[in-house]
Design a protein around this ligand. Structure first.
Ligand code: FAD
Length: 358
């Protein structure tokens, strides 16, 4: 018997994968409605195809190019293999429906409070006063994971602030705009040519940076969708006494792009493998995504924490070369290490940025 806390994309994907392999699964979600409130841009790479079948019930738009702007306003445009923009409420609900069709039982309005181990089982306590017993406990309960806190697995995690609004604007429907500048990383992700998700992430002053970007890309604010994103921490303990952490709860997020949906779903598949085979979950997920998450973390540290305006402008100028844009087009940003190595081989001037690593 497995209890999963959190019906986000990662908990739901895990529930489906485990049920397919014969496990009995209960998913506990604190909210009444799965997928709400939305605190995400919903941009995923083409890699989503390898994990599930993206369909129009939750894909609101498809993207085929990106334009990246530096602080001086100069930009580079790059063609992309198809990226998906998902409606997070519908996406999460779809994944939950798939899990339910394989036999997972869902319990909404169940906010996990704490757990303790008694013999071979965990007793779970919920804020609504209910309790439950389980053999295996999984925390898929997001960045502030109560499962991690209750089981001494929270560690020293750090967060980035994601401040985002849905806005009414005019934009190209197939183009994601990114803005890189000192102190923040911004985006304009179109749902259509009239509605977009405009947001920034930063370590501090989110309102200041959002207002700056909103000035560049004005539009009527329809809805706020802000939240926090855990910075990947390779020291996070993700497996202890039959308690497991996955997704944001385990800090499995790409620190350079702040995408957590795909790495979390990949880790869920590794947890399934571990529970089926008896192998170490931590070993399996680190083997599949640990190195790439670490490379994303290095990029984050270099760019968001150490670059100055002139460094971003230089970077854009180097990337503008057609041989570099072509290379980026053909690589998946889930796996940046190979791309970075090839970029340095094609254009050794990229190596000047490695001084920010120390
Ligand atoms: C502004 C912003 C933009 C982002 N944009 C992107 C993007 O474009 N692409 C991308 O890939 N990632 C993006 N992310 C990151 C992405 O949202 C997360 O990585 C992803 O949602 C992780 O999924 P998860 O299932 O691990 O956690 P979550 O989606 O956080 O789901 C956790 C679930 O657990 C529930 N829960 C929490 N605590 C409890 C409790 N105590 N008891 C019961 N249930 C509980 C929550 O209600 C929620 O349903 C963004 C994040 C932010 C903040």
């Amino acid at each position: 018997m497995v209890a999963i806390i959190g019906a986000g994309p990662v908990g739901n994907h895990l529930a489906a994968e485990l049920c397919k392999r014969g496990f009995s699964v209960d998913v506990y979600e604190e909210h009444k409605v799965i997928g709400k409130p939305v605190q995400c841009t919903g941009l995923t790479t083409f890699f989503l195809n390898k994990l599930m079948k993206p369909d129009d019930s939750f894909v609101v738009n498809r993207i085929s190019r990106t334009q990246v702007f530096g602080p001086d306003g100069k930009s580079v445009e790059i063609a992309l293999p198809k990226n998906y923009i998902v409606d997070r409420t519908k996406f999460d609900a779809h994944l939950a429906t798939v899990a339910q069709s394989h036999g997972a039982k869902y319990h909404s309005n169940h906010k996990f409070l704490s757990s303790e181990r008694q013999g071979q089982q965990h007793t779970l306590h919920f804020v609504n006063g209910k309790t439950s017993k389980t053999d295996l406990l999984v925390g898929a309960d997001g960045p502030l994971s109560a499962v991690a806190k209750s089981n001494g697995m929270y560690g020293q995690r750090k967060f980035i602030i994601g401040h985002q609004a849905r806005i009414k604007t005019h934009c190209a429907e197939d183009l994601v705009e990114f803005f890189i500048d000192e102190g923040y990383f911004g985006w304009l992700v179109p749902e259509s040519n009239k509605i977009a998700r405009l947001g920034i992430c930063s370590l501090d002053k989110p309102k200041h940076y959002f207002d700056k970007l909103h000035h560049l890309r004005p539009g009527k604010i329809l809805e706020w969708q802000s939240g926090i994103i855990p910075l990947y921490d390779p020291k996070t303990v993700t497996e202890k006494d039959h308690v497991y952490l996955v997704g944001d709860a385990a800090t499995q997020v790409k620190a350079s792009t702040l995408g957590g949906i795909i790495p979390g779903m990949m880790a869920a598949e590794e947890l399934t493998k571990a529970l089926v085979t008896g192998k170490s979950y931590e070993h399996l997920w680190k083997k599949r995504i640990g190195f790439e998450l670490w490379v994303h973390l290095l990029i984050h540290k270099m760019m968001l924490q150490r670059f100055h305006k002139e460094d971003y402008n230089k970077l854009i100028r180097l990337v503008q070369q057609p041989r570099i844009t072509k290379l980026i087009t053909t690589h998946d940003r889930e796996f940046p290490s190979l791309l970075l190595a090839k970029m340095a081989l094609l254009e050794p001037r990229f190596l000047q940025f490695t001084r920010f690593l120390w």
